[in-house]
Design a protein around this ligand. Structure first.
Ligand code: TRP
Ligand code: ZN
Length: 473
């Protein structure tokens, strides 16, 4: 089963106006010389499918988000404190932000000029930022955050539920609730504090460090210490039953369940433990400081998301979906694609994790599932030959069937070619060598050839890059 069976289309066009005015600081020279030739940072990181996502000229190391949310009015008040390192001398730089009102911006504690251009927020500090220098920037903002509706009807960004709301960010939606460098190639630590009316719970990534009551409201302080891509950040506000425990591997586990889904979710806490442990044995040590899940009640959403340390489920998940989303903690969250076209490194791998789970739990063998996909008898096999998994033709197609099902088939072909021992060594080495970093398809192919000692060019040409259905399974 793919977690995202229907096709998706591109999120609303991101408009960008190139900036002629923001060369102001260029040439300003300071004593240390590091600002010589300071230029505006670019409005995108050059992602082939999402050219305007992310921003050039800096690398974020940490986000501190202080959010205050009131479900009744759907009002969000936020302060984002972003620590970053300039990767080139900057006269100005961009953050991504969709909607909301920006009230105040600073860079290194001094007021900075802010300009909105579509989903770009352009900040011009009082002085230029030398290359290599760490700086902090603060954005104070508020408003009713947007839900981004994709042409196929899927929603992301900020979505209201019957008792609160949720922030979801794949592939673009994080900018609906906080400003930042909204591209998977810039991972950072996050400290997210959410203040909500008393009685409600705010759940986010990482571990709950503190919970304080302040005059009729409760603040939840969440700490996510390991690097995280912005699309994996989440906040879920609502009425939740919280189940905490530790896995046998001594990992803290936090499962939040909306009472409306309690009946269908009684096994979820035990399943999260069991799946986290099985996947740790299969793929190598769990990459984060905690595991868990958020089971919300938002049945119209029609997808789940592998939000870091706590996958988000819009209703009670079945075991297969838990296996899929938790597998992403290794494939996607710890090892993150450098660009969106490499999405099969997420979805093909998480889908293959489902096949491995089924094989290991008295279901079909992975080989049987592969053949059911090849001959089209598996329910999830529709559309898998539409395009090569490593080459989605447009941003609208990054979550289509070839990326999931045929992506998993590529891994099965690899396993057949190199044998089980080399295959599992490849998977475990992949997560070890690129732990908490970014990687791409070329690196996966190189690793597979290095470990197996085989020339796998033909296999990947046919199964990963070839158009249409390969002749022989
Ligand atoms: N990553 C999600 C999953 O596999 C599915 C998903 C949700 C998705 N939103 C997306 C995939 C946007 C691509 C783009 O469970
Ligand atoms: Zn997935």
């Amino acid at each position: 089963m793919s977690a995202r069976p229907h096709s998706r289309a591109l999120v609303g066009a991101l408009t960008i106006v190139l900036c002629a005015a923001c060369t102001g600081g260029a040439g300003a020279r300071e004593a240390d010389g590091g600002t010589h030739g300071a230029r505006p940072g670019s409005a995108g990181v050059g992602d082939a499918l999402f050219p305007k996502l992310g921003n050039g000229g800096y690398d974020v190391t940490g986000y501190r988000l202080d959010l205050d949310y009131t479900p009744d009015s759907n009002r969000l008040k936020g302060t984002a404190r972003i620590t970053a390192r300039a990767t080139s001398a900057l006269s100005s730089f961009h953050l991504d932000l969709a909607g909301l009102h920006v009230r105040r911006t600073t860079v290194n504690g001094r007021a900075a000029e802010a300009e909105r251009r579509g989903t770009e927020l352009v900040l011009t500090p009082a002085g230029t930022l030398p290359k290599g220098r760490t700086f902090t920037t603060t954005v104070v903002y508020d408003g009713r955050p947007k839900t981004i509706t994709d042409p196929d009807g899927s929603k992301e960004g900020w979505i209201q539920t019957d008792d609160g709301a949720v922030g979801l960010g794949e592939p673009t939606g994080s900018m609906a609730w906080f400003p930042g460098n909204n591209h998977p190639s810039d991972k950072a630590a996050y400290d997210i504090t959410v203040t909500v009316p008393k009685g409600l719970t705010a759940v986010s990534n990482g571990e709950l460090k503190r919970r304080e009551n302040r005059g009729g409201r409760t603040a939840f302080h969440w700490h996510n210490g390991e690097p995280m891509a912005s699309y994996l950040a989440t906040v879920a506000v609502g009425d939740f039953d919280v189940h905490t425990t530790t896995t046998n591997g001594e990992l803290p586990q936090y499962v939040a369940v909306d009472p409306d889904e309690a009946e269908g979710s009684t096994r979820v806490p035990d399943q999260v433990t069991e799946v986290t442990e099985w996947e740790s044995r299969t793929f190598g040590r769990y990459p984060f400081s905690s595991t868990g899940a958020i089971v919300d009640h938002l049945p119209d959403l029609e997808y789940a998301l592998e939000t870091q340390t706590k996958p988000y489920f819009a209703d009670a998940p079945d075991e297969q979906l838990l296996v899929h989303e938790l597998a992403h903690q290794w494939f996607g969250n710890s090892v993150t694609p450098r660009a969106w076209k490499d999405m099969w490194l997420n979805e093909g791998f998480a889908t293959y994790a489902e096949w491995l789970w089924e094989e290991d739990h008295d279901g079909r063998t992975a080989d049987r599932i592969f053949r059911d996909f090849y001959d089209g008898t598996d329910d999830e096999s529709g559309g898998i030959w539409d395009f090569p998994p490593a080459d989605p033709p447009s941003a609208a197609k990054i979550s289509d069937a070839p990326v999931y099902g045929r992506g998993a088939m590529v891994l099965h072909k690899l396993r057949q070619a190199v044998g089980d021992k080399a295959f599992f060594t490849i998977l475990r080495t992949w997560v070890k060598e690129h732990r908490h970093a970014n990687a791409d398809t070329r690196q996966f192919i190189a690793l597979s050839e290095r470990i197996s000692g085989k020339d796998l060019g033909k296999l990947f040409d046919v199964w990963l890059y070839g158009k249409g259905k390969p002749n022989k399974p």
